[in-house]
Write a protein that binds this ligand. Structure first.
Ligand code: PLP
Length: 424
């Protein structure tokens, strides 16, 4: 009997994320990865054009990172973070606080993006609770995405994910993202929410909404919204889980802002895409609101694997690379190449809005389609058949490559996109 391949064996017991198993194609068995490339079981090559959901920025199986994890594993594999601490966590806090916006002082660990957001929301709610104030409403952008746990889902505005749970979510009031010419309008909407509700926090993806289809908004507009919220003593939570670690051109999108968020959520590229780990950082005022002789005013939120030493070791190695001359050169090359390509295809009949920022490039196709519809799947197949992994978000195709992608690989992606524009 012929041995079954991974896709066939997978079918028997596995349930995949974001998948309608009745109609979805079988998942592809991946056997190996290096740099910006995956190989399937049959040895076919695929370029990872989205850095595995914006995580593997220094490339897959990067030896500098894997060696750091391996060394840490032999020294101290794991210890719980309640009542204990360790070198990689301490060092990571020291280095990150230096790199993050000036007001960030304290680092709280979780183990994925959603729970980093969850902790940020809980910090904001308890911040007011500890001060004897009940504030029961959050403010968030339409079309935002913040994760799949209940608090994070509540903050998310993309309804295709949340339908069955809508009756069970936190109170959230939504505002549109500001464009250069709608800033005043959005401020008026915010003002009216502030007057009619007891708001605890404003949570947002700064400058780029990832899951919404790499939608950009105005720096000036976001700055004005944060300013208004902070004037009303409302905590601002920047979800930098996608934007963090260099994607927008600066290390953090918040660096473009004059008004700094009170709380910042980090994950994904934090550990160079190798290990699930996340951080919720905050300013001193937030941390101080939990200091008390009353035990229950502390932040009683924990996940077993918080501050995992292997994740921290990966994160430290990632920070070494982030601003290394080699990676800085790549960051600049990709940014320039994106700008060039966007200019080139901007006038194409099937291209609506084409845009880029840092190493993020996105094109809205002038083709009607559903977020998870058949045509979207056809586009996906078309790209995969040509050895390029991109995941169209509705009619948006975006490229967010690992920094280590080679020039040839990057231009191969552009060529396949150009071919797609000619085909559909
Ligand atoms: C991916 C993502 C999350 C959720 O992170 P998970 O690790 O998948 O739970 C939250 N916010 C943003 C902006 C993200 O891109």
């Amino acid at each position: 009997m012929k041995a079954q391949n991974l896709s066939e064996r997978d079918k028997k017991h596995l349930w995949h994320p974001l998948t309608q198993h009745k109609t979805a194609a079988a998942p592809l068995g991946i056997a190996k990865a290096a740099g910006a490339v995956f190989w399937d079981e049959e040895g076919n090559e695929y370029i990872d054009g989205i850095a595995s959901w914006y995580t593997a920025m220094y490339g897959h199986c990067n030896e500098y990172i894997t060696n750091a994890i391996s060394a840490q594993m032999k020294q101290l594999d794991f210890v719980i973070f309640s009542g204990f601490t360790h070198e990689p966590a301490v060092q990571l806090s020291e280095r990150l606080v230096k790199l993050l916006p000036d007001n960030q002082e304290k680092i709280f660990f979780n183990d994925n993006g959603s729970t980093a957001v969850e902790a940020g929301i809980k910090m904001a709610l308890q911040y007011y609770h500890n001060k004897g104030e009940k504030r029961d409403t959050l403010i968030a952008f339409e079309d935002g995405f913040h994760g799949d746990t209940f608090g994070a889902m509540s903050a998310s505005g993309i309804s295709s994910y949340n339908g069955p749970f809508n009756d069970f979510l936190l109170n959230v009031k939504r505002i549109p993202t500001p464009k250069e010419d709608t800033i005043e309008e959005v401020l008026v909407q915010l003002e009216s929410i502030l007057q009619n509700h007891k708001c605890a926090a404003f949570i947002f993806e700064p400058l780029v909404q990832g899951a919404a289809g790499m939608k950009f908004h105005s720096v000036k507009g976001l700055d004005a919204l944060i300013k208004k919220c902070q004037e009303h003593n409302i905590l601002c939570i920047a979800d930098e889980i996608m934007t963090g670690f260099g994607k927008t051109g600066k290390n953090f999108a918040s660096e473009y802002l004059e008004n700094k968020p009170d709380i910042i959520c980090l994950s994904k590229a934090l550990t160079a895409g190798i290990f699930p780990l996340s951080i919720t950082s905050c300013c001193k005022a937030v941390f101080d609101a939990f200091l008390s002789d009353e035990v229950h005013k502390g932040f009683f939120h924990a996940h077993t694997f918080s501050a995992h030493p292997l994740g921290c070791a990966a994160a430290l190695a990632g920070l070494d690379l982030l601003e290394s001359p080699e990676i800085l050169e790549r960051r600049t090359y990709i940014k320039n190449a994106h700008e060039h390509f966007v200019n080139e295809i901007k006038g194409h009949l099937k291209v609506g809005n084409a845009r880029c920022m840092g190493i993020i490039m996105a094109i809205d196709l002038k083709i009607e389609m559903e977020r998870y519809g058949n045509l979207r799947d056809e586009l996906y197949r078309f790209l995969m058949d040509r050895g390029v992994i991109l995941r169209p978000l509705g009619n948006t195709i975006y490229v967010l490559p690992p920094y280590v992608i080679t020039n040839n690989q990057l231009h191969e992606i552009y060529d396949v996109i150009t071919e797609l524009l000619e085909t559909f």
